[in-house]
Design a protein. Structure first.
Length: 209
């Protein structure tokens, strides 16, 4: 009888040990699942810091623009390097642009972030938009809106360099000092058109006046 009990006990030992091992594995798995759940809960919290970091970056850039802001600035690069706002020859500049990344100007110059990538193109863009503000001040708001701004917006699909030879654009180039070649015919047509909209435009570049 004792012999049978001994055999039974010996046969139960491996089963008990295996059960213990399974129990330990279950405990480990349970702890791992709890850890994974905690990590999953932490993920939204961590991702929540992204808007905070983005906001800090925006405020940093705004502080940079404020520190560099100079209404008397004559450097196109300073405008192109600005994040959100700047100034150029007495005109305020907003780095945004219109639909499709287009730049435009009223009393304020709206420079497209996409177009103002730097180089000669960016410099000429700033000068050109400044020229539009000179047009506006010469002929007044209503003639500018209907004679320059709206036709200019409708001509957005005209390819370069033909676009800048348009009667609405060529005087903006000349008045702003953009370094682009224009035929004398295009310049004369642009000046005649601007004259018809309002005050007489002198042939000499009067951007600094």
């Amino acid at each position: 009888m004792n012999h049978i009990q001994g055999i039974a006990s010996e046969s139960l030992i491996p089963a008990i040990m295996k059960r213990g091992e399974n129990g330990a594995d279950m405990t480990k798995n349970s702890k791992k699942k709890k850890t994974d759940r905690k990590k999953a809960k932490l993920k939204p919290a961590v991702s929540g810091f992204k808007p905070v970091a983005k906001a800090k970056d925006v405020f940093r850039k705004l502080a940079d623009d404020k520190r560099n802001y100079d209404l008397k600035n004559t450097c196109e690069k300073a405008v192109l390097d600005a994040h959100y706002f700047s100034a150029y020859r007495g005109r305020r500049v907003i780095k945004a642009g219109g639909p499709g990344g287009r730049s435009f100007s009223l009393y304020i110059m709206f420079i497209s972030k996409k177009a103002a990538a730097g180089g000669a193109g960016g410099v000429n863009l700033v000068r050109h938009e400044y020229g539009h503000t000179v047009q506006l001040r010469r002929i007044g708001l209503i003639p500018y809106l209907f004679g320059i701004a709206i036709p200019s917006a409708r001509s957005g699909r005209v390819p370069e360099p033909e676009y800048y030879d348009l009667v609405t654009e060529v005087t903006a180039d000349k008045l702003g000092g953009a370094d682009r070649p224009h035929s004398s015919e295009a310049v004369q047509a642009g000046e005649a058109y601007l004259k018809s909209l309002g005050k007489k435009v002198p042939r000499k570049n009067s951007a600094n006046k």
